[in-house]
Design a binder for this molecule. Structure first.
Ligand code: ASP
Length: 611
């Protein structure tokens, strides 16, 4: 037997027991004739005391950092207790020990605050995983996984595996492809998600399916994406939107309870996509704080039922506002006393290329009820007051206004809103707020091709009220400049995203389950019959045999774990992640393959650009 206990287990109640521990040497401290070694394993750290008799042996056969050690001795009370660790009251008075394996000096310290940079820790990920901080994330990931599975199991969901070597699935990214040796010249695609399989399972009658499953998307990696990532993928038959929303907010509440001990009793808010864009400039608003947008200009685009407040800014001869497509404001609480330096710094912040604004207008609502603004010249106190009040500003607040092209300005003000909240400490990682965003546009306009593309994926059903509009109108866009006037521009999807603290953590939809409507959808996306058959013949075929109404959702598991863990870096919650260039620097993958492998695949490489 290698050990009687783990390094996190022994307490004062074990005093006097003879025990054997095994683990890694964290630190060695010599004090004259005695030596202390902190021994670490997955469960914790225990202090070992090597007395005089063993010291000679230690000198002859000294362990070093990260050596694997087995040590036997008697549990004793420590004179110098450490209240910071659960085993801090005791130490083991060692009678014999054995070095089970030695270790090279690790390239960085295996401690919570390590001296190792990102790259080196990725290269030696197996060492990084020994660190407490990383281990906690991996443990949290398992806890979230377990809680989700338990909940889904209780609700009658079945975990059914679906294949990885498949034909392309359209989730909007590029596929990773795998050459087939047995079918030379042909390729499998790795699934971007099990979307079509889970729908087929509904046709087969497995009316509650889930899978914690890898998905593969060959995207240009933005900061926080991984080419392979994990989804909690779910599908249900005989459901309407509300059934799904209730089922899955239940799942996330269950996860909060199990993993964080949080009773999430608040009602989960539901917001249309239009409201989210209008009030927050963003389809995944962080609603832990207010600072909603004031729209000061009639927007050009898709807001169907909104009125602007243009009269508040019009007619003052202020060209910047007069000529801008959009003018948007937020009231930042308690910042009216910002100095010139601070407002200049904010102006520089919005001018950064990532934000891309030309400038920033502000109105200070002073505590004494007076107003000071960078556009005093154009707007008198009365008008400043009207704008500030419409933005919801109170005395002591600072109103920030951006003007410019619709999309960019909306994005910029939404970033500014988050930035100000961050600076004001309003984005507390320990506070959680779920939100459903509903009624996304079903289609997006692809300018280069002058056609419609699916915003989510082509299996998403229109809202019941919009089905007729889709069926009764041709998708052809006669006048590209006026695509927004096409009836398709306003068709909303029966789709939903779950947003948690300003992050999209899940998304799904009620699906199309009628063959004719699915064909109409494919046609709307520019697929002729032949292409439909070639790509999705299996699904259209299945829809001929009694497809039930169905819908589902998939959660980005890595991101969900990161947010529950109070971080936004998903890499930290994956045991073996890839770096920002999609490389596994530990394995050094991707890499070239043997000539022999290529030959078997009957593939001859001829790269367009010389490497
Ligand atoms: N398959 C979709 C996705 O990966 C999710 C869903 O519609 O269930 O985004």
């Amino acid at each position: 037997m290698y050990r009687t206990h783990t390094c996190g287990e022994l307490r004062i109640g074990n005093k006097g027991e003879n025990v054997t521990l095994a683990g890694w040497v964290q630190t060695i401290r010599k004090f004259g004739a005695i030596t202390f070694i902190d021994l670490r394993d997955r469960y914790g750290i225990t202090q070992l005391l090597f007395g005089e008799e063993l010291n000679k042996q230690l000198e002859e056969n000294p362990p070093g950092r990260e050596f694997v050690l087995q040590a036997t001795g008697v549990v004793d009370e420590r004179s110098n207790k450490n209240p910071n660790i659960p085993t801090g009251d005791i130490e083991i008075n060692i009678t014999e020990y054995k070095i089970l394996n030695k270790s090279a000096v690790p390239p960085f310290t295996i401690e919570d605050k390590t001296d190792g940079g990102d790259d080196i820790r990725m290269k030696y990920r197996y060492l990084d995983l020994r660190r407490n901080t990383v281990k906690k994330n991996i443990e949290l990931r398992y806890a979230v996984n377990r809680a989700a599975r338990n909940y889904l199991h209780q609700q009658g969901f079945m975990d059914i595996e679906t294949p990885f070597l498949i034909k392309s699935t359209p989730e909007g990214a590029r596929d990773f492809v795998v050459p087939s040796r047995m079918n030379p010249g042909q390729f499998y695609a790795l699934p971007q998600s099990p979307q079509t399989f889970k729908q087929l399972l509904m046709v087969s009658g497995y009316d509650r399916y889930y899978q914690v499953v890898k998905c593969f998307r060959d995207e240009d990696l933005r900061a926080d994406r991984q080419p392979e990532f994990t989804q909690i993928d779910c599908e249900m038959a005989f459901v309407e939107q509300n059934d799904i929303l209730e089922m899955f907010e239940g799942m996330v509440k269950h996860i909060f309870k199990e993993v964080k001990g949080i009773d999430y009793t608040d009602k989960v808010e539901r917001m249309t996509w239009e409201d989210a864009m209008w009030n927050f400039g963003n389809d995944k608003p962080d609603i832990r704080f207010g600072m909603q947008l004031l729209n000061l200009k009639k927007p050009s685009s898709v807001f169907t039922d909104k009125d602007d407040n243009a009269s508040l800014v019009n007619g003052a001869d202020f060209k910047v506002f007069d000529e801008a497509e959009t003018v948007l404001a937020i009231a930042v609480p308690g910042c009216s006393e910002y100095s010139r330096k601070q407002t200049d710094e904010l102006t520089e912040w919005v001018k950064r290329p990532q934000i891309g604004m030309k400038g920033l207008v502000f109105i200070k609502v002073n505590a004494d009820g007076t107003y000071k603004s960078s556009v005093d010249k154009f707007y008198n106190e009365e008008r400043l007051k009207a704008i500030a009040e419409a933005a919801g500003a109170k005395p002591g607040d600072l109103v920030l206004i951006l003007a410019g092209a619709e999309e960019r300005t909306r994005k910029a003000i939404s970033e500014l809103r988050l930035e100000m909240a961050e600076r004001l400490g309003m984005r507390n990682p320990d506070e959680f707020k779920m939100l459903w965003v509903l009624d996304f546009p079903l289609f997006e306009y692809a300018e280069e091709e002058n056609r419609w593309v699916a915003r989510h994926h082509p299996f998403t059903s229109p809202r019941p009220a919009d089905i007729e509009t889709m069926v009764n109108n041709s998708p052809v866009i006669e006048n590209a400049a006026e695509y927004l006037k096409h009836p398709y521009a306003n068709i909303k999807a029966n789709a939903y995203d779950m947003v948690l603290n300003g992050n999209e953590v899940g998304g799904g939809s009620i699906r199309i389950h009628q063959k004719e409507l699915q064909e109409k959808m494919f046609a709307a996306l520019g697929m002729d019959r032949e292409e439909q058959q070639h790509k999705f013949g299996f699904l259209l075929g299945a829809f001929e045999y009694g497809a039930p109404p169905h819908g589902g959702i998939a959660y980005g598991f890595d991101r969900l774990c990161a947010i529950i863990g109070g971080s936004e870096v998903i890499r930290d919650f994956i045991a073996f992640p890839k770096n920002n260039a999609g490389r596994d620097v530990m394995l050094d993958a991707p890499s070239s393959i043997d000539e022999k492998q290529l030959e078997e695949l009957q593939i001859k490489l001829s790269l367009k650009n010389d490497l």
